[in-house]
Design a protein around this ligand. Structure first.
Ligand code: APR
Ligand code: PHB
Length: 391
């Protein structure tokens, strides 16, 4: 087989890249280990930055998002006995949208079908070859068991934290930075109307809690739990009790309404960055190059920002033979990657309790400053609603 670009991974990064490349007249083949149904149903985060919404809309992917998504002006930040609303629109002129990554993924799969995009689901044994030559290629076994070789001009690794692409950059070239956190999130989806208009991020001595949502009838809630927590230890009643305590049920007349829990899972938290994001004819985008903890919902937005830079860079390279944007890709993308890595780390360490009494006082002091100083609030708002693509 021959194509211009091999894209490994059909998550949001891979499918959006194939979409943007198609709009530039660049043909690609997407290879994915999972089934199409699995990919379109995965539950992930649900906040889209201003620039993400603009980019998706500009790419013709904003229809269902604007119909079913919900525009939020900001978030509520709270700690015991205090709740403050941060209005991002007032502070920065930028809003965010609540629209699940699952929905973004469905829109991308539908758009891929509509343009006849070549996506090979349920492939195995994907291997990347000769990435520093003019003739890179990828070998894989298709779902029907047949072996294939795909010859391309460029390979893009959009295969997340566990795919083969990041390891295809030789150890002598790559550098990585990592932080693991001493806590995880227990995430639940519940068939109940959200008890809040906008997201609540709550600091509490028993641990962080967050109230998010997916629609007018589905709530998404999270609790800080120790690493290694078994969901079996968290009955629905225990989850709702902990949420009520940490989110402040009964304070100033606010009530948390419980409802049937439809999904429960434990998410580990990690920061990871690998550089460079380009090696020869291999480019990395999204979780293949970096992972952020979920606090602040940057994972999907960062993947979108990467491919928003990469698509025009590859089009210039492959259509006009101009290498400037492709050469600049890694450094340009990494500026935002590190900004979001810092922001996610900052939100995470400000809001999660570690058991250290000194840290606790610093966290509360920082929260008070962010919530009550315009300078503090604007810093959070600018990062949360997101810097412009290419910043
Ligand atoms: N071959 C082909 N595909 C692979 C392989 C492989 N060897 N290994 C993994 N994949 C696929 C995964 O099955 C997944 O569908 O690559 C895809 C990677 O998608 P994501 O993990 O969603 O990563 P990305 O597209 O970069 O999106 C980043 O999504 O994962 C969340 O939290 C993350 O919000 C962030 C965003
Ligand atoms: C979510 O809705 O899943 C979500 C929202 C905000 C976050 C993290 C996750 O910071």
């Amino acid at each position: 087989m021959r194509s211009r670009v091999a894209i490994v991974g059909a998550g949001p990064a891979g499918l959006l890249l194939s979409h943007l490349l198609a709009a530039e007249g660049v043909e690609s083949v997407v290879l994915e280990t999972r089934s199409r149904e699995y990919v379109a149903a995965r539950v992930r985060a649900g906040i889209l930055e201003h620039s993400t919404v603009e980019l998706l809309t500009g790419a013709g992917l904003g229809g269902r998002l604007r119909e079913r998504g919900d525009e939020h002006r900001g978030i509520h930040l709270q700690w015991p006995h205090e709740r403050h609303h941060l209005d991002f629109v007032d502070l920065t002129g930028r809003s965010v949208w609540v629209y699940g990554q699952t929905e973004v993924q469905k829109d991308l799969v539908e758009a891929a079908d509509a343009r006849g995009q070549d996506v090979r689901y349920e492939v195995t044994g994907v291997e990347l070859h000769e990435l520093t030559t003019e003739r890179p290629h990828v070998t894989f076994t298709a779902a029907d068991g047949t072996a294939h070789r795909l010859d391309v001009d460029v390979v893009v690794g959009c295969d997340g934290s566990f795919g083969p692409s990041r390891a295809a950059v030789p150890g002598t070239v790559r550098r990585s930075w990592e932080r693991t956190y001493p806590y995880s999130w227990l995430g639940v989806l519940a068939d109940v109307a959200p008890s809040t208009d906008e997201l609540i991020y709550a600091w509490h001595p028993e641990g962080f809690a967050m109230h998010s949502m997916r629609s007018a009838t589905v709530s998404r809630l999270y609790l800080q739990v120790p690493n290694g927590t078994d969901v079996a230890d968290w009955s629905d009643d225990r989850v709702w009790d902990a949420l009520a305590t940490r989110l402040g049920h009964g304070q100033d007349g606010w009530e948390l309404t419980p409802g049937p829990i439809t999904s429960k899972s434990v998410l580990p938290m990690r920061s990871y960055v690998q550089t460079p994001m380009r090696h020869g004819r291999l480019f990395l985008a999204g979780d293949a190059a970096h992972t952020v903890p979920p606090t602040g919902a940057k994972g999907l937005n960062l993947a979108v920002a990467d491919v928003a830079l990469l698509a025009p860079a590859l089009a210039e390279l492959l259509v006009k033979g101009d290498t400037a944007l492709a050469d600049a890709y890694s450094d340009t993308a990494l500026r935002r990657v590190w900004r979001c890595t810092h922001f996610s780390w900052w939100m995470t360490t400000m809001l999660h309790t570690s058991g250290d009494r000194f840290d606790e006082q610093l966290q509360l002091s920082q929260l008070r400053w962010v919530a009550t100083s315009e300078a503090g609030a604007t810093g959070l708002a600018e990062n949360y609603a997101g810097l412009p693509i290419g910043f």
